[in-house]
Unconditional design. Structure first.
Length: 210
């Protein structure tokens, strides 16, 4: 088995080149970093610290479109996503964010079935935070905006000409500016994430020569 894997890896660079022709609608489900840092400012308290959500997921829907010359296996990839994040906190609703994101990256068609994409994403979102009451504090609710930056790599396998599936992993940096209950709250997150991707390829035709 090890010998077969080694031979396969050695043969990878000499596989017949495939044309990069991404015209994909994508669905994604990825986890979100749980840890966060916060700064809370009220009329009586100005404090900061660290905490963590119980955990969370993001559901994404979007598209990717490659820009490559006919015959090229490597080229630019443009994309856009809409997403919703949900991170629970102490059994309550926690943090919910609706995102719009733009993506720019590079794609590589390793073969007719396997494609890798490395990309950067910038997102703007609307966030809502709901925290339960504790012995030390009342329940807290706030709303506001968020901005995010991501570096991501994804790989997909076309099991038919139209449908594929794959994996994604990346690094996320997010900042939320929230206000409510006579308080201003800044909540920052960063960390690794991973997830699953499903794709529907609208067309796999390469660009025309003319």
């Amino acid at each position: 088995m090890i010998r077969l894997l080694a031979i396969s890896l050695l043969c990878l660079p000499i596989l017949p080149a495939a044309e990069l022709a991404i015209r994909d609608v994508r669905l994604g489900l990825v986890n979100r970093p749980a840890d966060f840092e916060f700064e809370l400012d009220t009329s009586t308290v100005d404090t900061s610290g660290e905490d963590a959500f119980d955990g969370g997921l993001s559901f994404e829907v979007g598209g990717r479109w490659s820009i490559a010359r006919t015959g090229d296996s490597i080229g630019a990839v443009l994309g856009a996503d809409a997403a919703i994040d949900g991170l629970s906190y102490d059994g309550s609703d926690g943090l919910t964010t609706l995102w719009g994101r733009a993506a720019l990256g590079v794609g590589w068609a390793i073969s007719d079935r396997i494609t890798l994409i490395g990309e950067g994403l910038v997102g703007f979102g609307k966030s809502s935070l709901s925290l339960p009451a504790t012995d030390q504090a009342d329940a807290f609710e706030a709303d506001g905006t968020a901005i995010s930056y991501e570096a991501r790599i994804s790989g997909t396998w076309q099991f038919t000409r139209s449908f594929g599936a794959g994996l994604a992993a990346g690094w996320l940096v997010t900042s939320h500016e929230l206000s409510g209950d006579d308080a201003e709250l800044t909540l920052d997150q960063n960390g690794w994430y991973a997830g699953l991707i499903a794709t529907w390829r609208i067309s796999d035709a390469p660009p025309a020569l003319e």
